[in-house]
Design a protein around this ligand. Sequence first.
Ligand SMILES: [Zn+2]
Length: 130
Amino acid sequence: MIKSFPTHEDRAQCHTALQLYAQGRWDRQEMMSFISGVLDKYGISQLRVDNFSVRKGDPVVTNTGSWPVVIIIADQQAYSRCPVCNASAFDYLAGQAPEITAWCRGCGSIYRKEVRDERTEKGRIGVDLG
Ligand SMILES: [Zn+2]
């Protein structure tokens, strides 16, 4: 069976789901279940949406069921704020100034973040610009 190509509307709804989550109107599991449902609809594990991709991770299995996990990864361009939800709060994941890999506290996306060396997180980033 040939699956149809994901529609613009479905991509837009993935973006909306992330914004609702970042605004606190949806919880994390609602957001992940919705996006996972869109991926399942097309039988795909990854979908490009605007300047980021959503990708299926391994589901979390608990005694109340199996919960879909969705990983949100921005493109490789560096951003000063989250390109998905525009939040500036982040956690450090990897890398060195002036560009690190950050985890957005707003929507949970992973993106390349521009940082100045004096703002490096908790002094863990060694700066060697020479
Ligand atoms: Zn975000």
